[in-house]
Design a protein around this ligand. Sequence first.
Ligand code: BV8
Ligand code: ZN
Length: 267
Amino acid sequence: MSGFPAPFLEVLRRADEVVAFTGAGMSAESGVPTFRGDGGLWQKFRPEELANVGAFLRNPVLVWEWYEHRRTVLAGVSPHPGHRALAAMEAIFPRVTVVTQNVDNLHRRAGSTRVLELHGNIERNYCIRCGARYDGADVPVRDRVPSCTAGAAGAACGGLIRPDVVWFGEPLPEEEWEAGVRAIGRADLCLLVGTSGVVYPAASLPALAQRQGAYTVEINPEPTPFTDSADLVLRQPAGIALPAILDAARAARSLHPPSPSPTPHTP
Ligand code: BV8
Ligand code: ZN
């Protein structure tokens, strides 16, 4: 028996649209440090020092090498059972959308196919002068500074290359943001996984889910600003809670398959 409350099992049985809103805690069990936890990325540096364009222009080597360090950490980690459970939910529910603040690409590597990266992706980079893209490891660096080599030989651009992530004070990518708001607006079930809920505008999405009537589940070992209003709180790590939810959904939908929804999904 799953141990989950009956109202949640009923939601698992009937839900068409599932959204997982994830933060850095989603990747913690893969060995990726969170931002604000013990040993978190922000412990050594404050966000203002690194994750903003001013810091990058003032000290491109420090900021660039911080991202290179994070890419090195990511090259050595893999998605954990929680990432894989979210990907496996796509075979159970008509539509599963991952709306993530994470830039680590672990949801896609686990097999999730609808992933909206609100804060960009650390594996992508671009030149701030000409926009040339440099994805993966092949970023030209000269004297420890990432410098653009686009353009004719001998007349290379030379612009600074930056990670394609959203820094503080920068707007979120419009397409991902709009798609995330739409997905949350349609959600029957919204899983709030591993986020401290302090970074806006992303942190405004759980309240939107609750306002429009989604059943919200907080999955986090610690309380957050969403705790009091969530329909269900699982004080567990993502790698434990998500596989358990996957199993409960499989059981709920095979025992009592939902009646076919009358109206076809709007694209
Ligand atoms: C913008 C990418 C406007 C880069 C990141 C005052 C009030 C409100 C807002 C503001 C304000 N002052 C300034 C702002 C705006 C600012 C903001 O929100 N600041 C905060 C700090 C107050 N926001 C912005 O600047 C945004 N842009 O507003 O632009 C604009 C509009 C138009 C035109 C021009 C400008 C941009 C914000 C994006 C910043 N970029 N990351 C990079 O990664 O390097 S933020 C960074 O924080 C990550 O994306 C991260 O995901 C995000 C949020 O953190 P969390 O994911 O929640 O991670 P955290 O460590 O905090 O928490 C981890 C949680 O996991 C914990 O709860 C822990 O208990 C839990 N956990 C741990 N282990 C597990 C677990 N859970 C489950 N399982 C486990 N095993
Ligand atoms: Zn360039």
